[in-house]
Design a protein around this ligand. Structure first.
Ligand code: G3H
Length: 193
């Protein structure tokens, strides 16, 4: 059976600073995760199994995949949820500068759209072509972002929209999904980094 692997990018400089969005590079820990990924994947699928790695167009996902010895494809549609005017801010700064927005997002996180940016609902729509292609492919590893992987994960596990923005997709963990006739089997491989 074919498998789909999900991983967030390794810890980025922005993750360390608590800022959202941006296009920062990996932190030293994040880079350590990137270096540990190839062994984790080959141990899991075997040396001669084909795999294609999909990343977003942002540097932290490309850097995370850079040591993997597989064919790679970059998708702009896999870029992180666009936080618009809040891009590059911490959640504390957002709460201070846009208190109404902050509260509205809390009320309805799936539908809340950042000023000049996107909502989770927008992201689900822009991921449709990615999901169509994913359904046609064999083994794929997606190195993505938290909001994006929440949407893909909810699709494969048929989770309700209202829960989707709260799904926990931890850093430095590979999630392996094996689609079945109904639903998906799942295994998780956390790396202690
Ligand atoms: O940087 C953006 C995060 O991946 C999205 O997290 O939707 O829980 O704020 P959030």
């Amino acid at each position: 059976p074919r498998s789909i692997f999900f991983s967030r990018h390794g810890e980025s400089e922005f993750n360390v600073e608590g800022k959202i969005g941006g296009d920062s590079l990996l932190s030293p820990r994040g880079l350590e995760y990137a270096r540990a990924l190839p062994a984790l994947i080959t141990d899991n699928i075997g040396k001669d199994t084909e795999l294609t790695v999909w990343t977003s167009s942002l540097r932290r996902t490309i850097q995370t995949g850079s040591f993997l010895p597989y064919q790679k494809l970059t998708w702009k549609s896999l870029d992180e949820l666009d936080a618009g005017v809040c891009d590059g801010m911490t959640y504390e700064e957002i709460e201070e500068q846009y208190p109404d927005d902050y509260a509205n997002r809390d009320d309805d996180k799936f539908n809340y759209r950042y000023r000049g940016g996107e909502s989770y609902r927008d992201v689900v729509t822009r991921l449709e072509p990615v999901i169509m292609e994913l359904e046609r492919q064999e083994n794929i590893m997606i190195i993505g972002h938290q909001a994006i992987l929440r949407c893909l994960y909810a699709y494969f596990h048929n989770l309700p929209q209202a829960d989707l923005p709260y799904i926990k997709i931890p850093l430095h963990t590979v999630i392996k999904l094996t689609p079945k006739a109904y639903g998906c089997d799942e295994e998780r491989y956390p790396l202690p980094i």
